[in-house]
Design a protein around this ligand. Sequence first.
Ligand code: DAH
Length: 360
Amino acid sequence: MDQIDTLRGKYIEAVTAAADEAALESVRLAALGKKGEISALMATLGKMEPEARKAAGAQLNVLKDEIDAALRARKTALADAALDERLRAEWLDVTLPGRPRREGTIHPVSQVTDEVTAIFADMGFAVAEGPQIESDWFNFDALNIPPEHPARQEHDTFFMARAEGDDRPPHVLRTHTSPVQIRAMADRGAPIRVIAPGRVYRMDMDQTHTPMFHQVEGLAIDRDISMANLKWVLEEFCRTYFEVAEVELRFRASHFPFTEPSAEVDIRCSWEGGQLKIGQGDSWMEILGSGMVHPKVLSAAGVDPDQWQGFAFGMGIDRIAMLKYGIPDLRAFFESDLRWLRHYGFSALDLPTVFGGLSR
Ligand code: DAH
């Protein structure tokens, strides 16, 4: 059967020459496919004499198996070669020393959020979160700001749209982080110690205001927490955050619907030569609002005001970032100007910790 040998030679050679899987598949179809050459020969067996058919059939089967085995071997070889090529191309020398790059930096807002979180975590505060699109109830009512309350106007609120005919109060972009107080207490009950850093929104824009900015809320509720605890926590925070040996805080009577009594807190500072210095001097700079959580706020969150009491405070993260790092204009925070980011950004590898140093 010369024909068999010829076919064998032809297809084995074609298999060896196939440079990729597609070429290999064409060879398979040409030989063994339904309309392939070998399949066609198989079809002629039926017309042969029994003896001849037996011999030819056996030979054709052997040939089929041989070509099949060659195809498989070639397929494996091609896959191995492709893998070798990839391993060569993606080779990486892990013994090369790291190259410090200043291309990506940590934004001051992220840095300060990490610093604040590290300091309060050290004092036993957990981090709580809430949605940025907040219900009217959480943002206002639960915080003792009913619909007719004048404080609502002061918040320059962004309202979400409601479907036509839906006359429930619209959701809002939260105007402060205070609603997280309610969510945290409703979730975890008392006693509780949390901070809630995050984005807040108000319709306002000038050198010190942007429509989106950041606050951190603080909340500590237990059986006998007082203003004295608030004062200590804030002093401890300021000393650590501003990285100065001494700070002096001044509590000024104020009013917030969600605290009673309420106090705004100023920090002693100086403006010598136009340069702000925190810690000493004869000026005061307002840094936050605070007070004892109003009994109605506790009730709204499902905490019994006859058993529990505590303090809350709210502070602007961007604002204390500007104070600590001498950044003059808030708007630049959110302009994504690479020159600004390189100048004011922080190294990604220096995580702020209270024990290791916050801003180094
Ligand atoms: N939510 C207030 C604001 O956005 C800040 C604030 C003041 C928060 C007093 C408090 C607080 O928790 O006790 O201006």
